[in-house]
Design a protein around this ligand. Sequence first.
Ligand SMILES: [Zn+2]
Ligand SMILES: [Zn+2]
Length: 133
Amino acid sequence: MLTGSCFCSEVSYELDGSLQKGRACHCSKCRKVFSGASSAYAELAPGSEIRWTKGTASLVSSRPRDGWAIGFCGSCGSTLCGLFNGEVHGLTLGCVDGDPGVEIEMHIFVGSKAPWDHIGGDAPQFDERPAGS
Ligand SMILES: [Zn+2]
Ligand SMILES: [Zn+2]
């Protein structure tokens, strides 16, 4: 059972299932959402379900764009999940407690990364998002 929580511990969840497709996206939007060099997230594997165990009232969604939105803690601002049409599509790896069971498998939108961002590790890097990923 995977668990996760925000910085202030007001919001927490359990994931019944697993994560897949760990990604770090270096685009300018992800840098803002994550206040860092990139995002770090993974999709829910098929059949996985998330249960908010605490603080659902504090869970805030950004205004959706093309169905996509970000779920974050309204108290501390931690980015917790990506939503598609109001459903949790993926989780941010930074808010998972312990080992999320996935690693960053690829870096995407490296073509627009910040000039101060030096990417480590040997996961493949793509200028944009490769097709089918
Ligand atoms: Zn919080
Ligand atoms: Zn991005």
